[in-house]
Design a protein around this ligand. Structure first.
Ligand code: NAP
Length: 324
């Protein structure tokens, strides 16, 4: 019989709702307690997802007995503070993306988890989802030949009421850390660390990027062209182009229900690659993985490693350095 893993949720916003509803799909898993800054929000959240306890402050959650892991679902600008707090209380953590505001913060969080021998993982859910796994398998099997380019776009117009975190610099606002991060993550997964980066952005009135264009260049000759926007509705699709074949992932390429198509040549050679149907939103894949890591006593995921998180954060730093 598998050991039940007891979860806590810190911050009861939009993504926390989706994650908590998917947690109900995972066997031998219990949402033990949740915390919100708002008492009735915490109580409503707890009753909706069957948590035993709700708190109106984050600190109280950290002292709740029996929690194995805390899911940090606050805006990225607060991840460093909240994760460090969880670690100081001896709790394992699954922290939403973007993991931190910059790589210095990320390093500190990872170093602290290592020192304290506590599990810490960035909640990069796409890496655990069937479309991403299928895409990587096709590439590894050589079906695309040598990868020459990755083209990705991700854009939507935030609808009112727009959450503070979308445009507030202190909370990590801007497209890059919120949605452009997916473009960057997929490009890194397929082509690795870029040898050169060119980029430009359009600032919103708060100074954060409301649109951003990025070009990764590789000594091999490969390119990644990445675009994110809060001012236009984009198809949010991705193309991975090799010298033998190409893959198109749409729509909303980063989700668990994305469609993966393989093309040998032109449009008439389209092959739909079958993907296991996903229940819920698709956050249960990462939650199941965290449970498995904890049962094995691991302090780092072998799938979404600390090195993956640091490379991602360092690349996001390199992009923003270019914007000055
Ligand atoms: N993996 C994914 O698919 C995905 C999707 C969306 C977002 N995310 C990530 O998840 C994080 C949260 O995003 P979200 O869309 O859930 O945001 P959200 O709806 O604004 O929720 C964030 C929650 O953080 C808490 N919080 C604490 N201090 C805050 C402050 N100063 N300002 C605003 N909120 C504060 C609030 O919860 P309480 O009031 O309950 O304390 C708030 O509801 C972000 O890092 C985002 O990038 C991931």
């Amino acid at each position: 019989m598998e050991r039940t893993i007891n979860w806590g949720i810190l911050g009861c916003g939009k993504i926390a709702h989706k994650f908590a509803s998917d947690l109900l799909l995972v066997n031998h898993t219990k949402l033990l307690a949740v915390a919100s800054r708002n008492k009735s929000n915490a109580a409503d959240f707890a009753s909706k997802y069957g948590a035993n306890m709700s708190y109106d402050n984050y600190e109280a959650l950290l002292s709740h007995p029996g929690i194995d892991v805390i899911y940090v679902a606050t805006p990225h600008g607060l991840h460093h503070e909240h994760v460090m707090h969880c670690l100081q209380y001896g709790k394992a953590v699954l922290c939403e993306k973007a993991f931190a505001l910059n790589s210095n913060q990320a390093k500190q969080m990872i170093d602290t988890a290592r020192e304290k021998k506590l599990f810490l993982m960035e909640a990069f859910w796409s890496k655990f989802s069937p479309p991403f796994i299928t895409m990587m398998q096709q590439i590894r099997e050589g079906r695309l030949g040598e990868i020459k380019s990755v083209l990705a776009n991700f854009g939507f117009i935030p609808q009112p009421p727009v959450a503070d975190r979308i445009f507030d610099p202190a909370l990590g606002g801007g497209t890059l850390l919120d949605i452009g991060i997916y473009n960057v993550f997929y490009a890194l997964s397929v082509l690795g660390k870029p040898d050169m980066i060119e980029t430009s952005m359009t600032p919103a009135s708060t100074g954060v990027d409301e649109q951003c264009a990025i070009l990764f260049k590789y000594n091999s000759g490969a390119f990644a062209q990445l675009f994110s926007s809060f001012t236009t509705q984009l198809p949010t699709e991705m193309f991975i182009n090799g010298d033998r074949g190409r893959i198109k992932i749409n729509s909303r390429f980063y989700t668990a229900n994305a469609v993966v198509e393989f093309y040998l040549g032109f449009m008439d050679s389209r092959e739909l690659i079958p993907i296991a149907e996903t229940q819920g939103w698709g956050y249960h894949y990462e939650a199941t993985h965290v449970n498995e890591c904890l049962r094995k006593g691991l302090t780092e995921s072998p799938v979404m490693t600390h090195a993956d998180t640091l490379l991602l954060m360092e690349t996001l730093d390199r992009i923003r350095e270019k914007w000055k």
